[in-house]
Design a protein around this ligand. Sequence first.
Ligand SMILES: Cc1ncc(COP(=O)(O)O)c(C=O)c1O
Length: 446
Amino acid sequence: MVSLGASRYPSRFDPARLDEVDPGIRANIERRLDVLGPGYLLIYNDPVAFVRGEKAHLFDADGADYLDAYNNVPSVGHCHPHVVEAVNRQVATLNTNTRYAQEGLVDYAERLVSYFPEELRRVTFACSGSEANDLALRVAAHHTGNEGVIVNRWAYHGITRAVAAISPALGDGSPLGPHVREIDPPDPKLVPAGLSLADHMRAETRRAIDDLARHGFGVSALVLDLSFMSDGIFPEAGDYLQGMVDEVHAVGGLFLADEVQAGFGRLGTCMWGFAMQQVVPDIVTMGKPMGNGIPLSAVVFRPEVARDFGEKVRYFNTFGGSSVPIAAGAAVLDVFESEGVPARVERIGELLRTGIRELLADSPHVAEVRGAGLVVGVEIVEDREKRTPDRARTTRVIDGMRDRRILISGAGREVNVLKIRPPLAFDEHDVERFLDGLREVAALHL
Ligand SMILES: Cc1ncc(COP(=O)(O)O)c(C=O)c1O
C-alpha cells in the first residue's frame, strides 16, 4: 500500500512495471530497488535518467534535451560555470570548518545578512533545510519557553524528528506532535462569506493559539512557507501576514519564515517571501537554492532571539559553513548580482504566467492559474463551478508533459495543482517551448 506521504507525488514509478521501463535504465532501477529499497521514490510513471545539465535543461544518455520546469535547487542554472569554477577552486585549495577564522565565511555571512531587513543580523550555517528548521525550532523553544507550533494544514518543513512532527504533508505514517496546530493556507476559497482573507487568517491563528493554551503548550512559533508550496501554491502578495504575526507576538511566540522554497528570488523582485508583505520575521530559514546544489542552509535571527541560546548551548555543525559550501553560496550571490536575476525572474515569470493563463482560459478543468515570480500553480478540477479536485487528470497532464520532455510535478492536499517551478535560469525560449508542450497536452486532457 502506498502511504499518504509517498502519494504526494502524483506521477511516480510503480516497481511492478519494471518490465516496461526503457531497457537503457532498467538494470539500474532493478539494482536501486534492491539496495536502496522502496523509500527511494522515482518520479514519473516512466522514469528518467540524466547525464548532464545546463541552464534549465537536462540531457539523457542519448543527448535528448529535457526542459526543467520543476527543480528549484539549481537556481541560477544547472552547473552554472561561475559556481562550478568557484567550487572547483575552493575544493582544490582548502575545505575546513567554522572553528578556524576564515575570511570567506565572514564575508559571506555579512553579505547574506545584507539581503535582510536590518533587524535580522545573526546567521548560523547548516547543510539542509531540515537542519535549519530543526535549529530554528530549538532556538524558538529556548527563547520563548514554549513548545507549541502553528503550521499550515499541508505544510512540509523537513525530515528530522522535530520538523517531521510539524509537517502534516508527511501524512499518516508520520503523525504530528501533540504540540502542533494546523491552520488554513491563504486560499481565498476557504474564507467564510463576509470575512476578508486577512480576517480569516488572523482568526485561524487565534484559534490555534487558544487551543495550544488550553492544552498547556503556549506558542513557540508560527512557521510558514510563504509560497505555500506543498499546500497548493499560494505565493501572491497579500495583506494577511501582519495580523497573524501580531496574534503570535501578543502571546510571546515568534514568527519563523521558512524560506527554503520562497527565498532567493523565487517570487521575483522580492528576495524573500516575507518581504512581499513587508513583515519582518524573528527567524528565517533557507536552504535548497542557496548553494545551487552544494549543501548549504542557514538560519538568520534577530540577535536578541538567538543570544541566550548561543551563549548556553553548544552548536557545532561539522559541514555547515565549511569552506566549499560557503564558496558556492558566494558564487550564487555573484550570479544574482551580475545577471540581475530577480528582475529577470519577474519578467520571465510574467511571460510564463500570462502564456499559461491565455492557453488555459477556456478549459473547463482549470479552476485557477496562480503564482509569483517563477512559481506557477494550476488548479485542476472536475468542473469549474464545483471545484472538485481532479487528481487523475493532474497526473495525466504531468505525464503528458514528461512525454514531451518537459518536467513538472504536482502539489496540494489533493495533489491536483500543477507545480511549475523551474530553475531561475529559465528564459524566453524555455517559456516558448513550455507553452508549446502545454498546448498539446491541454488539447488532450484539459
Ligand atoms: C518549505 C520547506 N522547508 C524545508 C524543507 C527541507 O529541506 P531539505 O530537504 O533541504 O532538508 C523543504 C524541502 O522540500 C521545504 O520545501
